[in-house]
Design a protein around this ligand. Structure first.
Ligand SMILES: *Cc1c(COP(=O)(O)O)cnc(C)c1O
Length: 434
């Protein structure tokens, strides 16, 4: 498409005049891959259409929430009915209780849960709760994990364990990040050293159990077991940020995947988002009763929200959770994702390209690397130019992947065998040009 016929371009120009960078969340701006973002006009099932009315097969699904595909008729009906009954009350509703009961039934590690409106809000509140519960202030996070944009989490590693984090954003004070220690993902020796130095001062360790914000990198079972042991020994809480993995990788979330390998495994606090709202602003954090009872109005840790547990969002989330709870849902989703990954890997190998893939349920990652990476530094060894060329080749052919090599991909229940085969065929053609 030439610039003067691309109708996304004038929209982007208009947007840039009134919204910083033309977008309301940075990755949408295509800065990593270059070019003009596609302005979505509408979506249905596994597809969306941009300003040129070009159809794309969507492998982002709003970065995870659209696990049933866009516009599922039963979800749509639930949202429409809820809207007729009122948009927001600032008073409790039955659906909030039903949703809390549903979440607790699906996650044995959770006895109580608080609903909020975004993943950022949920992770931020989980840290406050961990600090309030333990009476300690230091926290550990891992390089390459994203936990939303609250101040204490916008931080990268300092030089060595003696120095705490450096802010990754202007406007974040030294004081806001000075209690955040940033460690390498999957590095057991460094984790042990950190606990030796700071174990008795640690309120919590927060981790993405399968990191979906550095493409797709699993925490090894050994690493996970060691984090659990060290947290228990030192009285720090283990916070699982399952905003992305929750109900997407398995009905029991990523913690159920690890519980299969580590008998008795469970985190202390779980943070949820994305899928639980089915595309509406909704997130949550929960834990065992003893921890959750520290929250206001029961306990001293303050937390609140005007739109928390919004009636339309709870209707959308509940119907989504109900539909994905059907027997075999995640097995089938995993088979579709596996089919896509196997097809891409085969096509890449035929083209003589280094390529590795991994997936769990409806979450996937692929790398132009011969071996799967296990740390952020290894992820960033991917050939960025090759990825960008692949990205634009696929985009031209109508297949929409994440516009950055450090993001994961998403398959929905609406993706058919034919959709996936077409994507593999398109990739086969694009791989030959790399
Ligand atoms: C998306 C995400 C968040 C932030 O959620 P928002 O709703 O965008 O604020 C936090 N943690 C993880 C793991 C995420 O993927």
């Amino acid at each position: 498409m030439t610039p003067n016929t691309d109708l996304n371009l004038p929209l982007f120009e208009r947007a840039k005049a009134v919204i910083p960078g033309g977008v309301n969340s940075p990755v949408r701006a295509f800065n990593a891959v270059g070019g003009t973002p596609r302005f979505v006009q509408r979506a249905q099932g596994a597809y969306f259409w941009d300003a040129n009315a070009q159809q794309f097969t969507d492998y982002i699904g709003s970065w995870g929430p659209m696990i049933l595909g866009h516009g599922h008729p039963e979800v749509l009906a639930a949202v429409q009915q809820a809207a007729l009954d009122g948009f927001s009350f600032g008073a409790p509703t039955e659906r909030e209780v039903t949703l809390a009961e549903k979440l607790i039934a699906l996650l044995p590690s959770m006895e109580m849960v608080r609903l909020v409106s975004s993943g950022t809000e949920a992770t931020m509140s989980a840290i406050r709760l961990a600090r309030g519960f333990t009476g300690r202030k230091k926290i550990i996070k891992f390089n390459g994990c994203y936990h939303g944009h609250s101040d204490a989490l916008l931080v990268k590693a300092g030089s060595g364990l003696a120095t705490f984090g450096n802010a990754t954003s202007a406007g974040v004070t030294l004081e806001a990040v000075q209690d955040t220690l940033v460690l390498e993902y999957n590095d057991i020796a460094q984790l042990e050293e950190a606990f030796q130095l700071y174990g008795e001062q640690l309120a919590c360790v927060m981790i993405e159990p399968i990191a979906g914000n550095m493409n797709f990198v699993r925490a090894s079972a050994e690493f996970t077991r060691r984090i659990r042991e060290l947290c228990s020994q030192h009285g720090a809480l283990l916070v699982y940020d399952e905003v992305m993995t929750g109900f997407r990788v398995a009905l029991g979330c990523a913690q159920s995947v690890y519980a299969k390998q580590i008998p008795g495994f469970a985190p202390d606090i779980t943070v949820l988002g994305k899928v639980i709202g089915g595309g509406m602003p909704m997130a949550a954090f929960g834990a065992r009763r003893e921890i959750m009872e520290k929250l206001s109005p029961l306990g001293p840790v303050y937390q609140a929200g005007t739109l928390s547990g919004n009636p339309i969002a709870t209707a959308c989330g509940l119907k989504t959770l109900e539909l994905i709870s059907q027997p075999g849902f995640h097995d089938k989703l995993g088979r579709q994702t596996g089919r896509l990954m196997a097809g891409l890997a085969q096509a890449a190998h035929e083209a003589g390209l280094p390529f590795s893939t991994d997936y769990e349920g409806g979450l996937f990652g692929f790398f132009f690397l011969p071996e799967l990476p296990t740390t952020y530094a290894e992820v960033m060894r991917t050939d960025g130019q090759r990825f960008n060329k692949f990205y634009h080749g696929m985009l031209e052919r109508g297949h929409y992947f994440a516009p950055a090599l450090y993001e994961a991909g998403f398959v929905s229940a609406a993706h058919t065998d034919a959709d996936i085969d077409q994507t593999i065929e398109a990739a086969r053609a694009v791989f030959k040009t790399l």
